[in-house]
Design a protein around this ligand. Structure first.
Ligand code: ADP
Ligand code: MG
Length: 728
């Protein structure tokens, strides 16, 4: 094996020079391959431009004539850039992106060929979609699905293909993708938030949700990564002993970026610029060979598309640099895993960030309204929020010994905790003039000052307020952000809707002034949301106990966590907010629970294969060497040989113990799998895989990792952690 490892390094060393566009400012590259507003202005007629902009800003329909104009302009633009194909680009429920390329090229008879792209092809396509996960939707209804243009996310050129972001729905209208329900959730939060904004500013017409994700990832030498069947097939290592050095010296985080990784990043960022992905920040993360990329935040739908596109792009650019990029939440035991913080806020069409304190008491009351309603929404839906980020891979972070915990809580910092305490004492009903003045001057008026020194950041919190946004930190690195964004925006939409009803009710029935009514409702919300607020250490045992006392959920595994998605409450919530019908919600649940089972099943097979067919034979070979050695010693030393062969004899015995252990556990694991496989009920099956199959992983790994320490490095068949994590 040593030889192959050496070759791998050589190959990595001989990579071709990378293509970085030098001497051009990034701002000049930005969006060059995007059919964005400025390109549209250049290529579209006034009418067509207006039509698209209206669709983007107000959701109006684009008629056939306009669609024809847009498609022909897109084609002209794309051809001028050497594009040959177009595709509807969508995000099916596999979590990845999907594309089916068609050439512009068409023959029109008489040996003549032309380049064609009509409005029809832009607006709607019917990919043969029967192999995408649908959770039974297409068994129940029509078999076909179609993709439809989402003009709110601009078309872009990816390689030599014009890519048109689309939704993907069944013929009967059910969403078969991640984007459709996200768009509905964004509409819902717009409706509810705009209505609430009107208490403070009559001119607000639209509220948009913004998202700034932070993508963590590992960058591993491609040849080394590909020498590991577990990385290739499961995205993570299923065994491997910790290296002598891991992350204990804290010498990687924010350290100087290794040259080869930096070359990759520069190349990647150039591509990002061209695609309009506003990549801004890059740095080393905590674990060796772990890094992060963060863009400037954008409107949530666009940000989600950009994250999906980035993940695909990263794989391609990494290959150019002979790297493999790992998005798995826990590719290596013993060092940090990867997450994807979702920074989220709401802002108005007049440019006001609703989660940023303002300059006047009134704008601060608006801030507090959105701030407290978000806390209440999380309080009431913590279990659903946990459910939406559940996956086999994220289970290694949440609920394991890793950040953040499976318990959802909200961190707001000391200063805002004080503000909430004061608001909690607001008088029930009408406020006295003195109280109003006091609130204005001392509570609502003071917020901007206090936030300035609110530097306290609790890194253990899964959902933290960080000055002008909430940061949902429990999201996994491989997750499609559409899912957490869908849920977060839906629960906040529902909460704001209820808030408006409550405030209007007080105004109408109790004769309260608008701000009095708002104070009254917020006071009650603060009282009702106490259990979700937590400022302490989220990793401690103490918190798990305290959270239990408070009645917070602590669902450590995916099969347990996912159930909250199909609770009566969640089904009703998604229906009420027009985000997902019961059929759609249930279909997603089924897809995810089955995906969980499949992932554990694959890991179990791969582990059985590596342990049984790679590790055990190697152990036997090494044991045979030892036996030969002992036989030789016996020949030389006669009956005294044992005193010279004590170590070897010990080793021979220990190796046998581990070989036996591996065999026994693989047998038991296979039996557990057989039992699980015959279960008809998808939930029972997932639980069997979780609680009956998966526990063998650690046991088998334990034996393998022990053998790794005993066996001659020359013979060991797998690339080791120190090579995967420290090859730069
Ligand atoms: P960190 O959390 O690593 O300390 P920052 O807090 O500076 O970093 O920002 C992290 C991310 O938050 C960035 O991607 C940034 O674009 C995003 N962000 C900043 N303001 C907002 C906002 N109003 N809405 C959504 N995301 C935001
Ligand atoms: Mg962050």
């Amino acid at each position: 094996m040593a030889k192959i490892r050496f070759q791998a390094l050589l190959e990595a060393g001989s990579r071709k020079p990378i293509k970085v566009i030098e001497n051009i400012k990034r701002s000049e590259l930005f969006g060059k391959n995007v059919f964005d507003e400025s390109t549209m202005r250049q290529y579209l007629t006034k009418d067509a431009y207006k039509g698209v902009m209206n669709a983007i800003d107000h959701g109006t329909k684009i008629d056939r004539k306009i669609a024809d104009q847009v498609s022909s302009a897109m084609k002209e633009w794309a051809l001028s850039k050497g594009v040959t194909h177009y595709t509807h680009w969508f995000q099916p429920l596999t979590g990845a992106t999907a594309e089916k390329h068609d050439a512009f090229f068409e023959t029109i008879g008489g040996g003549i060929a032309i380049e064609k792209f009509g409005g029809n092809q832009l607006v709607q396509q019917e990919p043969d979609a029967s192999s995408f996960p649908n959770g039974g939707i297409r068994n129940t209804f029509e078999a076909r699905g179609y993709t439809a243009w989402d003009p709110t996310s601009p078309a872009f050129i990816y390689g030599t293909t014009l890519s048109i972001p689309t939704i993907f729905v069944a013929y009967t209208g059910e969403a078969l993708d991640n984007k459709t329900p996200l768009l509905r959730a964004l509409q819902a939060v717009d409706n509810s938030a705009t209505a609430v904004c009107k208490y403070f500013d009559k001119n607000v017409k639209k509220v948009t949700s913004s998202l700034g994700w932070e993508q963590e990832y590992f960058l591993i030498d491609q040849a080394l990564a590909e020498s590991r069947p577990d990385i290739i097939l499961t995205g993570r290592t299923l065994l491997g002993h910790s290296p002598a050095k891991g992350q204990q010296l804290d010498d990687h985080y924010f350290g100087s970026i290794p040259g080869r990784a930096l070359n990759f990043m520069r190349d990647l960022e150039t591509e990002c610029m061209l695609l309009g992905i506003p990549a801004k920040t890059r740095h080393n993360e905590v674990a060796p060979n772990q890094f992060e990329l963060a863009p400037i935040f954008e409107e949530a739908n666009l940000a989600v598309d950009h994250n999906s596109l980035l993940m695909d792009l990263m794989g391609k650019v990494a290959a150019r640099h002979h790297f493999k990029v790992l998005f798995h939440e826990k590719p290596f035991a013993g060092v940090n895993g990867s997450g994807k913080h979702n920074n989220w806020s709401l802002s108005t069409d007049s440019g006001v960030n609703l989660l940023s304190p303002g300059k006047t008491p009134m704008s601060n009351l608006q801030f507090l309204t959105f701030f407290i309603n978000t806390i209440k929404a999380v309080n009431d839906n913590e279990e659903l929020l946990r459910a939406v980020i559940a996956s086999a891979s994220n289970d290694h972070r949440l609920g394991a010994n890793e950040a953040p915990p499976a318990i959802i809580s909200v961190f707001i910092g000391e200063q805002l905790t004080k503000v909430l305490k004061e608001l909690e004492n607001v008088t029930n009903g009408k406020l006295s003039p003195e109280e109003k003045t006091d609130l204005k001057l001392n509570v609502v008026g003071k917020i901007p000052d206090v936030l300035l020194d609110n530097t306290d950041r609790n890194r253990t919190s899964p959902f933290a307020f960080t000055g002008n946004k909430f940061e949902f930190r429990a999201v996994g690195s491989s997750e499609n952000c559409a899912k957490p964004m869908k849920v977060l925006n839906t629960i906040v939409a529902k909460q704001l809707k209820d808030f408006k009803i409550a405030v209007d009710h007080l105004i109408d029935t109790k004769d309260l002034k608008k701000d009095e009514a708002i104070f009254n409702v917020l006071r009650e919300y603060i009282k009702q949301s106490k259990k979700i607020l937590f400022e302490g250490n989220g990793y401690g045992e103490e918190w798990a106990k305290e959270a239990k006392r408070r009645g917070l959920s602590n669902n450590k595994t995916t099969p347990e966590a996912l159930k909250a998605k199909v609770s009566k409450k969640s089904l009703a919530l998604f229906e009420e907010m027009d985000v997902m019908s019961k059929v759609e919600t249930e279909a997603r649940y089924e897809i995810e629970i089955e995906e969980y089972t499949k992932r554990i099943q694959i890991e179990s097979r791969v582990l059985g294969d590596i342990a049984g067919n790679h590790v055990v034979p190697t152990a036997v070979r090494y044991q045979n060497l030892l036996i030969k050695n002992v036989t030789g010693l016996k020949e030389i030393f006669g009956k005294d040989f044992e005193q010279h062969a004590a170590e070897q004899l010990q080793l021979i015995k220990r190796i046998s113990v581990h070989i036996e252990g591996i065999h026994a556990k693989i047998d038991q694991m296979i039996n557990a799998r057989k039992k699980a496989n015959v279960l008809e009920n998808v939930e029972a099956k997932a639980e069997a895989y979780c609680f009956k199959v998966k526990p063998f992983f650690d046991e088998i790994r334990h034996h393998c990792d022990k053998l790794e320490l005993m066996i001659d490095d020359e013979l060991w068949p797998l690339t080791k952690y120190r090579e995967l994590l420290f090859t730069r």
